[in-house]
Ligand binder design. Sequence first.
Ligand code: IPD
Ligand code: CA
Ligand code: CA
Length: 266
Amino acid sequence: MARSALLNVMVQAALKAGKSLSRDFGEVQNLQVSVKGPGDFVSQADLKAQKIIHDELLKARPTYGFLGEESEEIKGTDGAHRWIVDPLDGTTNFLHGIPMFSISIALERNGEIVGGVVFNPATDELYTAERGGGAFLNDRRLRVASRRVLSDCVIGCGVPHLGRGNHGKFLVELRHVMGEVAGIRRLGSAALDLAYVAAGRFDGFWEMGLSPWDMAAGILLVREAGGFVLDFDGGTDMLGTGSIICGNEHIQKALAEVVKRPIPTK
Ligand code: IPD
Ligand code: CA
Ligand code: CA
């Protein structure tokens, strides 16, 4: 698998930030038992990881823009390119000592995502994709799952929680989906959810209320693994709408139909 120079820069940034997060994750496990808890510590871990990624990416391409979750967007002098970064996706897992979190780095060129890296430092799983070049987990080429009927499928989703999301609407979606599928999973990192779809572990995934940094890299992974990714309106403005439904050609369509089924009147 030959990676372009740009993808290599993204991978190096993710690995370096991953080392920092891994060290801090070890510390979080100790802090779990303290009275104060690891809350503030985790916000620091998050900021530290973003700074590492920002510095690595900007060192390699000083003119590109930078959209990262932990800071105001930086407009680049090169209007065509922008990095989209979540330095820690799955913060709640991280905070609770659950080893299911990731770093997500995407490169956008003229409004299109052309490079994506998702890295889980706790499992050493590095997902990469370049537009037209396929998707990989470490060195292995990825392909979305080939199941054609929802009844055989394991589907990932996001679940609203205290202070977030439309709880009533989600419960209707869940009610509809759970009646049709073999299983539903909630990992707690949208970037990893999408990587799991690309890897064929999940047959599909849906969520609303996401931010561009949660999805940008993962969208490319799924597409480059042969999957279909659409927003809730059936368009491709996932980053604008914050909504996403994906899977292979058949499952994307079937899942979208079930997720969007109207609320029963009685
Ligand atoms: C969150 C994760 C989670 C998703 C939330 C995101 P964060 O990102 O991706 O899976 O359900 O909507 O905000 O806060 O851990 O970076
Ligand atoms: Ca996130
Ligand atoms: Ca985050």
